[in-house]
Design a protein. Structure first.
Length: 262
């Protein structure tokens, strides 16, 4: 699953091959208006990747689970079949190919990303602003709030799961029951750990993907259950991520192994 940091790495790999280069051709036909334009930037906004051009257009892509950008020398053999290509940008000295992405569109300005909160990977992440945006959404389960890209863009399922375990917070705990400092600490942790991950190897998950195995902290079997409108699989330790306030968690699903304490 590409999370914000994976998109960030992709952008870093594309920049030296695209920025400052003129587009010789662009496919499919819907991208034809890019021919002749020069790439001015490759930006990320959370999980969105934007290739910007000097004619005011941006190529907006969202990778979801499957999308991947490759770059090749002109004439080099591609590592995936051409029929999987969703966008092909041929510039001077390189060909960039986007495979399998579900969203590819040309936009002007930032129409489709202006609703996004600050990028969690930004150098100068403004945590007070993130907390204000979190509060503006009202009282929602903290596990859903961390994934809400309007609060802060780029935190994916793995990182929010691990952030909550690290801070011993139950994913269904209402956000209104957390202090501003507690909220800020969760986003600060994601910011720090995701940035560290850009430079190093994948860290081992404590709870994500480990349903039924022992919590590394207290040895209680880890639970899993779908959370929120998008039914994102949520892993947590029912012992050390206890429910602090009276709000009851969602009805248990078949995947559940143990109940959080009410
Ligand atoms: Zn535990």
């Amino acid at each position: 699953m590409p999370e914000g940091d994976t998109i960030w790495r992709t952008a870093a790999a594309l920049r030296p091959r695209l920025v400052g280069r003129r587009v010789l051709s662009a496919r499919p036909a819907a991208l034809g208006r890019l021919a002749g334009a020069t790439v001015t930037a490759v930006d990320t906004a959370g999980k969105h990747l934007l290739v910007r051009f000097d004619n005011g257009l941006s190529l907006h892509t969202h990778m979801r689970m499957t999308g991947v950008w490759h770059t090749y020398a002109p004439g080099a053999r591609w590592r995936k079949p051409e029929r999987m290509a969703r966008a092909v940008l041929e510039v001077e000295g390189a060909v960039a190919v986007l495979f399998n992405a579900p969203l590819v569109e040309l936009t002007r300005h930032d129409d489709h990303t202006s609703h996004l909160g600050p990028d969690i990977l930004a150098d100068d992440l403004d945590l007070e602003r993130v907390v204000r945006r979190a509060r503006s959404l009202g009282d929602v389960p903290i596990g859903e709030l961390l994934l809400d890209q309007r609060v802060s863009a780029g935190i994916g399922n793995i990182w929010r799961t691990e952030a909550l375990w690290t801070h011993r917070i139950n994913p269904w705990r209402p956000s209104a029951s957390l202090t501003d400092d507690e909220l800020s600490a969760l986003f600060a942790w994601a910011h720090r750990e995701m940035r560290a991950h850009l430079r190093g190897p994948y860290r081992r998950s404590a709870v994500h993907g480990r349903a039924g195995r022992n919590c590394p902290r207290c040895a209680t079997p880890i639970s899993v259950r779908a959370q929120g409108a998008h039914a994102r699989l949520t892993y947590w330790c029912p012992s050390c991520q206890y429910q602090i306030t009276g709000s009851s968690p969602e009805a248990p699903s078949g995947r559940q192994r143990a109940s959080p304490r009410a």
